[in-house]
Design a protein around this ligand. Structure first.
Ligand SMILES: Cc1cc2nc3c(=O)[nH]c(=O)nc-3n(C[C@H](O)[C@H](O)[C@H](O)COP(=O)(O)OP(=O)(O)OC[C@H]3O[C@@H](n4cnc5c(N)ncnc54)[C@H](O)[C@@H]3O)c2cc1C
Length: 429
């Protein structure tokens, strides 16, 4: 109880800053990457914009930095690293990136709500559990500014609070959380499932739970690819909101994630323009969010509107927006575009044994019988368990699963009950 209270207090207490400083240019994609990585892993840092902050240049001189060195990360012990990658930062700040053991009862791939719930239940029920997360625990939910429909939190809670609590809980039960670390392959060796990691190392286990969720779909119009991280962002509302203070912000998308982001930006931006392809928000967004948006003076919803081009040399400077009803397009000055246009699973790395539907979502349990695909026949006498994939002992939960509900609570529910099927699987080995 005391730990819980102290953790809550620590998450909101802001003493005089003595930790990590990130010095950079607001429009650099690497500055954005580093800030996003630190923020999503709940590592406090101070951002110093080289163009706006007088201390930035002084600190660079003090660190004896040679140009070009930006973005520069200054750690609390005085070490300065120019443009470090996420793994270097993780190692420096003491995140666990390598597994302590070569073998586990349960390997979980993905640290969103589904993976975290599976980790808590697995470890609390005595399974030696390791969870691999390529960005930061919390997954998509960790990027949400306010989750209002999660049971037991009547005034909502932020995704980062949920992630922080879940990570504390998982670690208390002894889960090893490897981050940032990415699973790149999975193979069978006798009764073992072997997961390959991006650095070439391998983890063997009896059972694997796949909880990779989904990632933002890219907006494929001229300019967006080149300007990603330099004014064009996917998700990332929490990391960039403060930098948009007093500016006009454009949000693409008409679902709940876009609505939540618009509400969050409305606290910082002078105006938020939501660009929605359809005729209204009602088909795609929860009513409570539509009501909040209606009641917020500085949010405008432009229906029938799509971005057809992003312009700018080094950073976003203008957007061309087309109205599908009138066919007219207009080019407006813009510094920030946040894109929330649905998502897709990244499951190509799984190989052919683990069957997916045509969009890449993993088939589990009874789905397999109805998939209509020519998949490797199930060779066991028993039927697959409810959340089991076409490979015995490999399970899938949450958004990555074919037919999933795509909510925090359902990911948590599936992650939790999946551990029961893991136990059943292990008892028959
Ligand atoms: C902005 C936003 C707001 C939302 N708001 C709500 C809300 O208010 N209420 C609600 O119920 N739902 C909400 N959702 C939906 C909800 O967050 C998702 O349904 C939920 O997070 C799904 O959980 P998951 O564990 O299945 O996957 P995810 O949350 O997607 O997590 C998957 C994790 O796996 C990791 N990963 C992927 N591939 C690999 C790999 N190869 N190796 C290692 N790690 C990997 C990813 O980095 C990610 O962290 C929101 C989503 C977004 C984006």
């Amino acid at each position: 109880m005391l730990d819980d209270l102290l953790n809550d207090w620590l998450a909101h207490f802001h003493p005089e800053f003595q930790g990590i400083r990130v010095i950079g240019d607001r429009w650099s994609a690497n500055s954005h990457r580093i800030k996003d990585f630190l923020a999503r892993n709940q590592i406090p840092y101070r951002w110093l914009d080289i163009e706006r902050d007088a201390d930035a240049q002084k600190l660079l001189t003090y660190a004896e930095a040679q140009a070009p060195c930006l973005p520069m990360v200054l750690f609390a012990d005085g070490e300065a690293q120019p443009n470090p990658d996420n793994l270097q930062i993780a190692e420096k700040i003491g995140l666990q990136t390598q597994a302590a053991n070569p073998f586990y009862d349960l390997v979980i791939v993905g640290g969103g709500p589904g993976g975290l719930a599976a980790a808590v239940y697995g470890a609390s029920e005595g399974l030696r559990t390791v969870m691999i997360e390529r960005e930061a625990p919390g997954g998509q939910a960790g990027t949400s500014s306010r989750i209002e429909n999660y049971l037991g939190f009547p005034v909502g809670l932020s995704g980062s609070d949920l992630a922080r609590r879940a990570v504390t809980q998982a670690k208390r039960f002894g889960v090893e959380i490897l981050t940032p670390q990415e699973a790149t392959g999975i193979r069978l060796k006798d009764d073992y499932r072997v997961v390959t990691l991006a650095d070439g190392s391998e983890l063997a286990s009896h059972a694997v739970i796949l909880a990779m969720g989904v990632s933002w779909r890219r907006l494929n119009v001229p300019g967006t690819e080149r300007l990603t991280g330099a004014g064009v962002y996917y998700g990332a509302a929490q990391t960039e909101a403060i930098a948009c203070q007093g500016e006009e912000v454009f949000v693409v998308g008409g679902a709940n994630s876009a609505g939540q982001a618009a509400m969050y930006f409305s606290r910082f931006a002078s105006k938020v323009v939501m660009l929605v392809r359809g005729e209204s928000l009602t088909k795609s967004m929860s009513q409570y969010l539509i009501d909040q948006i209606d009641a917020t003076d500085n949010i405008e919803v432009w229906t029938h509107s799509s971005v057809i081009e992003a312009k700018g040399d080094n950073n976003l400077e203008a957007l061309t927006i087309q109205n599908s009803q009138t066919g007219e397009s207009q080019t407006l000055p813009a510094k920030s575009l946040f894109i929330f246009i649905g998502a897709r699973p990244y499951t190509d790395w799984l190989g052919h044994d683990i069957a997916r539907d045509e969009r890449g979502f993993i088939l589990t349990g009874p789905d397999q019988a109805f998939s209509g695909q020519t998949i490797e026949p199930w060779r066991l006498e028993r039927d697959p368990y409810l959340l089991e994939t076409t490979v015995p002992g490999v399970f899938a939960v949450g958004d990555v699963r074919h037919g999933s509900v795509k909510r925090v609570a359902s990911g948590v529910g599936e992650g939790s009950i999946c551990v029961q099927f893991v136990h059943q699987y292990l008892s028959n080995l």
